[in-house]
Ligand binder design. Structure first.
Ligand SMILES: *Cc1c(COP(=O)(O)O)cnc(C)c1O
Length: 446
């Protein structure tokens, strides 16, 4: 096994951290994102044949954990977090088309993988006696629910979810507000980028941190990014074993967390081929990959709302991984898919193949449809990031019938839900957190 990795900030102005420190902190002190000082290398032969997802994850992530306080716990963390399958399901329409279904967890989106792994890691890092920790999470819909579910009723942890009011689906909003206990939802009068800015400002506010220790659970946390690598490794290994060829991916992308995980898996040496990013009308990444300068911008609302991101946080990590713009552009291709095409793709696949996709997955399916139409016959997997039942208000009118709701989601929808309104201003969150901290101190004094 290689020597232990150090974790650095993408902005280069923070001291090196251990993995545990990086996971506990979320964001680096200089406002950058933590990255390992290099990516370890692994090959197919390092993995157990036909292992479970949790076993693949433990092998894949071992070099990242080597020498860390959590190293001995890694197999247990993987076993605790990765309790649901991420199947690579072949589609009958084409011998080499499959869907990597990442939505079989408790909140029906891939965010469950990272959120559960982070929760399992933090629980071990904190022990029983630590001061109460408040976890802030900005969400464009699915992250908040996954983090809420992963930390619900975990002692010593409060979760505060910020989401853009009116920009998540009715079922997503219900999920975000349904937890109660230690999980609170704030509906922000702005966009996802506002939520993310508010969270970053709070995390960087030393005076606020002194009153109430804060951490984040966004995709910027390494504790979420690293486990997302597992299902790509698992799928690539399974495909390699069966076909002895590389698996190509189309990944629906917003903040670049899920896609970056795939890029890192390939850079580590596992058998992934091309990686294509499917974006909605927010074209920051497609513009960059087609040769423009990187130009973050305001997000616009689309049918694939979990990808309504104009300034993808993980771009900093991607740049760190491939510092030369030309080398970076060779790694990925990116395409923007507009709302009309998303709708048409959902309707087309339901009608012709009886397959129902969520709007995010549909962006990726469209990218593959175009590749097939152009004659590409290689092995492609479309990454299915959420269950279509989460986006019923978009999907059902297009397919003309209800989408069956998975049981875990149905149970959440049975519970009552509530969320507090908040202005899209850093100071509004700051004051709310100070008041909450004062309340906690008063409660503790009773
Ligand atoms: C979060 C999310 C995405 C985008 O993932 P990123 O890691 O932000 O790129 C895509 N689809 C769904 C359903 C999501 O919840």
């Amino acid at each position: 096994m290689s020597a232990s990795l150090h974790y650095l900030s993408t902005r280069g102005a923070s001291p090196a951290a251990t993995l545990s420190e990086a996971i506990a902190a979320g964001l680096a002190p200089d406002g950058g994102l933590y990255v390992p000082d290099h990516l370890p290398k692994l090959g197919v032969d390092d993995f157990k044949l036909d292992g479970s997802l949790a076993e693949t994850a433990a092998t894949l992530l071992a070099p990242f954990f080597a020498g860390d306080a959590l190293a001995g716990e890694l197999p247990a963390i993987c076993a605790e977090a990765l309790t649901f399958p991420t199947p690579l399901r072949a589609l009958p329409q084409h011998a080499k088309t499959s869907v990597l279904e990442l939505f079989h967890g408790p909140t029906a989106a891939f965010k469950d993988v990272g959120a559960r792994f982070l929760a399992a890691s933090l629980r071990r890092l904190r022990g029983d006696s630590a001061a109460p920790l408040t976890i802030l999470v900005a969400t464009s819909g699915d992250t908040g629910a996954a983090v809420g579910a992963a930390f619900h009723r975990q002692p010593g942890v409060e979760v505060v979810i910020l989401y853009p009011d009116g920009r998540v689906s009715p079922r997503q909003a219900h999920q975000l507000g349904c937890f109660g206990d230690n999980v609170q939802a704030l509906r922000v009068q702005g966009r996802f980028d506002d939520c993310q800015r508010m969270v970053k400002a709070a995390l960087n506010d030393a005076a606020l941190q002194a009153q109430s220790p804060l951490s984040s659970a966004n995709s910027i946390s390494l504790g979420r990014l690293l486990p997302q690598m597992s299902y790509y490794a698992h799928a690539a290994l399974a495909w390699w074993q069966a076909h002895h060829e590389l698996l190509n991916l189309v990944v629906p992308t917003g903040n670049l967390g899920n896609a970056l995980a795939a890029v890192w898996v390939r850079a580590m040496g596992l058998p992934l081929g091309q990686i294509r990013l499917a974006c909605n009308a927010n074209a920051t990444l497609p513009d960059f990959f087609s040769g423009d300068d990187y130009m973050p911008r305001e997000a616009i609302a689309t049918l694939a709302n979990a990808m309504d991101v104009g300034a993808p946080s993980n771009f900093e990590r991607l740049r760190w991984t491939f510092p030369q713009a030309d080398a970076l552009r060779e790694q990925l291709q990116a395409q923007s898919v507009d709302d009309r095409t998303i709708s048409d793709t959902i309707a087309l696949h339901a009608r012709e193949h009886g397959e129902v996709f969520c709007p995010h997955t549909a962006t990726a399916m469209h990218v593959l449809d175009q590749l097939r139409a152009a004659g590409d016959s290689s092995a492609w997997t479309v990454v299915a990031t959420a269950h279509p039942a989460k986006f019923e208000s978009v999907v059902e009118p297009l397919i003309g019938k209800p989408v069956e709701v998975p049981p875990a989601l149905a149970a959440m929808l049975q519970r009552p839900a509530s969320a507090e309104s908040m202005a899209a201003e850093n100071v509004a969150l700051r004051e709310w957190l100070l008041e909450k901290a004062a309340q906690q101190h008063a409660d503790a004094a009773l």
